[in-house]
Design a protein around this ligand. Structure first.
Ligand code: NAP
Length: 248
């Protein structure tokens, strides 16, 4: 059994997930860096964590697969003895206007972004209940709060994550397990690379801070929610978005 906290960060091979994995490791957790297809990049994140004096391991699992998530989480608990922090970060986009959106693009985004979070929470909960402690942090999005033209599937998945967060928070509260969501605004990762420069400019124009966020700025809030300092916070959605969702 490890003497440090064990954290699982889904979709940690790059972007926000990689930033969260590095921050949690720097704060003293042993981190499972999850990926689906990007093995080498996940191993690169692990190398960076180890070079900085932290501990981590890369492990594959497709979060949209319920049974695979069960086997994955069983393996983590069996190997490392416990699981203290779950960060549901894995996410995809398949943008398009509603009139042109295919059923498969709707289903794929819901399966990864919303059902993926359910899958891991469902399998992790038994262990957290047994430990009578734990932290679950789900990555939602400002799109889930405001809606976004061209992202009906994505916004629905991210709004769903908020409902999931609040419901599970109520169910697990009696055992002092906290469940919260972080809703990033517009963050500089590969997820936004597909956007045209004019779309990026229009989006940046909606940010009161006048700039795109960095993965590290999301990671700071996730790490706070994962810490003992946040022990009395549950069922909340914290927007980290340079003011994009002020008033929501
Ligand atoms: P990203 O750079 O595209 O990275 C996505 C990560 O998710 C990758 O590590 C990818 O790993 C993993 N992933 C995708 N499908 C997976 C699956 N089925 N199982 C396991 N891992 C999977 O995205 P990002 O911008 O860092 O976004 C991270 C999270 O923040 C997402 O939930 C996203 O919706 C949310 N978010 C992002 C922004 C933004 O502006 N960037 C804003 C609000 C919210 P593989 O390559 O191995 O599949």
């Amino acid at each position: 059994m490890l003497d440090k906290k064990v954290a699982l960060v889904t979709g940690a091979s790059r972007g926000i997930g990689a930033g969260v994995a590095k921050k949690l490791a720097a704060d003293g957790s042993f981190v499972v860096v999850n990926y689906n297809g990007s093995k080498e990049r996940a191993e690169g994140v692990v190398d960076e964590i180890r070079a900085a004096g932290g501990e981590a391991v890369a492990m594959q699992c497709d979060v949209s697969d319920f049974d695979a998530c069960g086997a994955f989480i069983t393996e983590i608990v069996k190997t490392y003895g416990r699981l203290d922090i779950l960060v549901n970060n894995a996410g995809i986009t398949k943008d398009g206007l509603l009139m042109k959106m295919s059923e498969s693009d709707f289903d794929a985004v819901i399966s990864t972004n919303l059902k993926g979070a359910f899958n891991t929470i469902r399998h992790v909960s038994r262990q957290l209940l047994k430990q009578r402690s734990g932290r679950i942090i789900n990555i939602s999005s400002v799109s889930g709060l405001l809606g976004n033209a061209g992202q009906a599937n994505y916004a629905a998945s991210k709004a769903g994550v908020i409902g999931l967060t609040r419901s599970v928070a109520r169910e697990l509260a009696s055992r002092q397990i906290t469940v919260n969501a972080v809703a990033p605004g517009f963050v500089g990762t590969e997820m936004i690379e597909a956007m045209t420069d004019s779309a990026k400019e229009a989006m940046t124009g909606m940010i009161p801070f006048g700039r795109i966020g960095e993965p590290e700025e999301i990671a700071e809030t996730v790490a706070f929610l994962a810490s003992d300092n946040a022990r009395y916070i549950t069922g909340q959605v914290i927007a980290v978005d340079g003011g994009m969702s002020i008033g929501c």
